[in-house]
Design a protein around this ligand. Structure first.
Ligand code: GLA
Length: 372
């Protein structure tokens, strides 16, 4: 299906051309899945909370077709973000023949094949992506969702609900990339709509599309610190464990069910101050995400910006996932007239910031970031 973004259509055209050049025949399937920016609701998804991401016109495209071989697949990845080409060839007929290995990017593809709802034929494909890798804009989820959609189109099995598709892709990431991520990235990549943010309830996976046409003279600006984030690093797992420990101590299924008074209960149960801080971030961030969704719907953008600022401060001080680069970007942006709010986005430890600002303040922010 065509999108309204010329830059996305160009990526598709390049993938189709590259496939024809590489394999000497035309592709019969061409699919795409977007990266995302999370506007607010950070580290809440694995606590059954709310998140508010939006899909971006940076995408992963897969063009390909079944080959005459029932077992093997050959996939060429042209990663435009880092300008490299790499090829993966493997037997895709069973989990046993698709053990995770090198190249790493192919593990996401293997994981999706392994978690697809039915056996697939051998195939050839080209992957082209404009989602920057390691920037916290969900390059992995875009590759997973594009792979799953590719398999759907190739097999005609298109009845999977987007929630189930996202769950299969999340499982692929857990099993094949060893990253214990939440469900946000796969859900937004599978469900994101142009011109909308998506309020996701990560407890029951229900979703509400929130139109953003009324932003008027305000825009979201994404700034890449170019300090790669390392999601598989133990810091993400440690945060996850602290949250689960806090919920256990409170006798609750997740921190979604907790409120700020529960922090005293945690203290009375001898939870460490670190655990209390982690819980305080999550409990307050779940509230902020809901309130932010409401303010976006009511066009109360000043309020939205304030919530973004509070979110960053809480991620920096209580969740401790910011970095010097991210704090610097945020403070440069916040110092500019016309900026309503700025925060780190994604897992943290590097990656990007997202800023809500007046369109006519964008150039000033960019200039100051470059200068400083
Ligand atoms: C990564 C994970 C998500 C989520 C965010 C933090 O992007 O993949 O599931 O936990 O970090 O909000």
């Amino acid at each position: 299906m065509a999108t309204n973004y010329p830059e996305v259509e160009e990526v598709k055209a390049r993938a189709l051309q590259s496939f024809a050049k590489e394999f000497g025949v035309a592709a019969t399937v061409c699919v795409c899945a977007p990266g995302r920016v999370n506007l607010i609701g950070e580290h809440t998804d694995y606590n059954e909370g709310f998140v508010l991401p939006m899909a971006l016109p940076v995408v992963t495209v897969i063009a390909g077709r079944p080959n005459d071989n029932t077992k093997s697949c050959k996939i060429v990845s042209l990663c435009e973000a880092i300008g490299t080409q790499s090829t993966a060839e493997f037997d895709c007929s069973s989990r046993e023949t698709m053990k995770p290995g090198e190249p790493k990017w192919a593990n996401y593809v293997k994981g999706c094949i392994a978690n697809f709802s039915k056996p697939i034929p051998g195939f050839n494909a080209v992957v082209v992506s404009t989602v920057p890798v390691g920037a916290g804009l969900s390059s992995s989820a875009a590759l997973e969702v594009a792979t799953y959609t590719f398999l759907e189109c190739m097999t005609g099995e298109t009845s999977t609900r987007p929630e189930d598709k996202a769950l299969a892709c999340q499982k692929a990431e857990h099993e094949y990339a060893g990253v214990p991520c939440g469900i946000m990235d796969q859900l937004i990549s599978a469900m994101g709509l142009e011109g909308h943010a998506l309020l996701l309830d990560c407890r029951d996976l229900s979703a509400k599309q929130i139109p953003m046409q009324h932003l008027g003279d305000k825009v979201f600006l994404i700034t890449n610190s170019n300090a790669p984030h390392k999601l598989s690093s133990s810091a993400y797992c440690e945060r996850r464990d602290s949250c689960h420990e806090a919920a256990n101590l409170l006798g609750k299924k997740s921190l979604r069910e907790a409120d700020l008074q529960d922090l005293d209960v945690l203290r009375s149960k001898n939870a460490s101050e670190v655990t209390v801080k982690r819980a305080r971030h999550v409990i307050s961030e779940i509230k902020r995400a809901l309130e932010a969704a409401q303010s976006l719907e009511n066009n109360e953008l000043e309020r939205f910006g304030r919530l973004m600022n509070e979110s960053h401060d809480s991620l920096r001080d209580d969740y401790e996932v910011s970095s010097k680069e991210l704090d610097t970007l945020v403070s440069i942006a916040r110092g500019v007239d016309g900026v309503l709010g700025s925060r780190l986005t994604g897992a943290g430890f590097g990656g990007c910031t997202v800023t809500l600002l007046k369109r006519d303040a964008v150039d000033t922010v960019i200039r100051l970031v470059k200068e400083k």
